[in-house]
Design a protein. Structure first.
Length: 435
């Protein structure tokens, strides 16, 4: 934590009652493990001018994130009018850093992105230590971040008004109406994409990556897995369920999660079957079929009626899904039961087709419950927009966007760690209420 050492108390007694929202800033400042970053920045400054101490500058940057200031000028105005905030940051009375001082300080921070990354990893490690079951259920999603700058041409120079790194992205949504007709909707934007891996129980980030908008989500999912396996394998060792929407419907990803890490993929599937094709017959089986989601049915040979078979569990050693006869399991009447080759149960190997058949079938109740948890990553994305100002921003360039996303995520984690350490886990997800 970047604590300022000074004589006297930070607040006078009469000021405590009007402290208000400054409690949030105190929470982040005291529980942000940034000492290594501070020491590094102070060594860089060495014997240079110290009109505005490194720790005070850093604290004010954190305050700007917490209080959703869209620009440095907005933050400077707040510091000039708010004496309590100035003193908490560590500035001398009525001494506000100039815009150029902030520009130099931020430029120095951009060059130390690796230390910000270390800060993020330290906070995630604290979450694993403090929160029971943290990291067991994870979900991944890509978040579009619009750039409000002009698109730069190849021959134009960097001038701060144009974005040289952003590009165009597109995301398609597909579905089927009740009438059976297919629909598709595509959203386009100019800017960046945040690929965010989140713990679904506590709704806190575990890993992230910022790219230009055109980078495919599936490709980045593989890069994210590679990075975690190399740098933080404990994340993959702890994870048991990995959720994502149908945009991550990729056979290679499904296979990697289960075969390499023993993680059950909770990923929806896109219907690529031909129009009118409802089921397919298993090879070598007379009356067992499946649909595009991997739901298994048996067909009564006498009535020619399809019935969904009852899922009876995954046999890990065999790599098979066990299904029971629906008539026997649910007590239904089946006129063709005597001649049915299924008898009481059957086994389906997941190697029949790794895209359709998962270790936890999409037709099971548990898959449905786990898939509902995936919405946690959407709520985290919403907090980034609403509480951290990514809906309207002045960020230009990939380097600045990475830094700004990193800072917002670190503040979110530091606030959660502070809630837990101060025995207020009921406010774990709150970014507004004071403890």
């Amino acid at each position: 934590m970047a604590i300022i050492t000074r004589q006297g108390q930070i607040f006078e007694w009469e000021e405590l009652e009007i402290l208000g929202d400054l409690e949030r800033f105190r929470l982040v400042k005291e529980h942000m493990p940034d000492e290594r970053l501070m020491q590094h920045l102070e060594r860089d400054r060495n014997r240079g001018r110290d009109d505005y101490p490194v720790r005070a500058m850093w604290n004010s940057i954190l305050a700007g994130v917490i209080y959703q200031h869209p620009s440095i000028e907005s933050l400077r105005r707040e510091l000039s009018r708010n004496n309590q905030l100035r003193r908490m940051c560590g500035f001398e009375e009525d001494k506000i850093p100039s815009e150029s001082a902030y520009s130099r300080f931020l430029a120095n921070l951009f060059e130390h992105q690796h230390l910000i990354n270390d800060l993020f990893e330290s906070l995630v490690t604290l979450c694993y230590e403090l929160l029971p079951g943290f990291g067991k259920h994870l979900a991944l999603d890509g978040k579009a971040i619009d750039s409000f700058a002009r698109k730069a041409n190849e021959n134009q120079k960097k001038d701060g008004r144009r974005d040289l790194d952003a590009d165009y992205g597109a995301k398609s949504y597909k579905g089927k109406h009740e009438s059976g007709t297919l629909w598709e909707k595509t959203i386009y934007w100019f800017g960046y994409k945040l690929h965010l891996l989140v713990d679904t129980d506590y709704e806190l980030p575990v890993a992230y990556k910022v790219t230009p908008a055109s980078h495919a989500e599936i490709t980045q999912a593989h890069y994210l897995l590679d990075d975690l396996r190399t740098k933080r394998p404990q994340v993959l060792d702890t994870c048991q369920f990995f959720g994502a929407d149908r945009g991550y419907d990729d056979t290679r990803l499904l296979v990697r999660l289960w075969d390499d890490h023993g993680i059950r993929p909770i990923i929806d599937i896109t219907d690529h079957w031909k129009s009118g094709e409802e089921t397919r017959l298993f090879e070598g089986r007379d009356n067992i079929v499946y649909d595009y989601r991997g739901t298994v049915y048996c067909c009564c040979l006498k009535e020619l009626k399809l019935r969904e078979m009852a899922y009876a569990g995954f046999e890990k050693k065999r790599g098979t899904l066990k299904y029971r006869c629906p008539a026997e399991h649910y007590g239904l009447e089946c006129k063709g039961k005597i001649k049915c080759p299924v008898k009481s149960s059957t086994r389906i190997s997941i190697d029949e087709n790794r895209r359709y058949f998962l270790p936890l079938p999409r037709s099971s109740y548990r898959f449905e419950d786990c898939y509902k948890k995936r919405t946690a990553v959407e709520r985290v994305n919403s907090r980034l927009d609403v509480s951290f100002g990514f809906e309207q921003h002045f960020i230009r360039g990939l380097k600045k966007m990475r830094f700004r996303c990193s800072l917002a995520i670190c503040v979110m984690l530091a606030m959660a760690v502070g809630r837990v350490k101060e025995k207020r886990p009921d406010l774990l997800r709150s970014l507004v209420q004071s403890a």
